[in-house]
Design a protein around this ligand. Sequence first.
Ligand SMILES: [Zn+2]
Length: 124
Amino acid sequence: MPDRTPVLLDHGYDEAKKPSEWTATDYGSAAEFRGGQVLTQDMAPGQFTKPIEWRCAFGHAFDASPRLVLTAGHWCPACLADPASYSDQAARNPFLAQLIQAAEQPVHTAAASASAAGPSQPKP
Ligand SMILES: [Zn+2]
């Protein structure tokens, strides 16, 4: 059996589901994975582009469609506007912690490989 393609980011819900199959449970688990919750109680199935109300780990309420949150990585605009507190936010938001960790991975650049090989010195 071949290995499955590694998933780089966990979005906190069953990504095998189509958006039209998402339910309040998927929205709830995605919100929970970000340290927050869904405030809207009554939502029709399949209405994934219609904004609903969410609350982040810091108590900010905001509107966003499930599609924005689950597939586009959208989350609390008030927290997003406060980069100085990203490490505090990451302590309560596993999804953000994952993004920060990914951003801090060392990157191997072409320039780094070139300098490791050393400059080419033509012999006299
Ligand atoms: Zn917030």
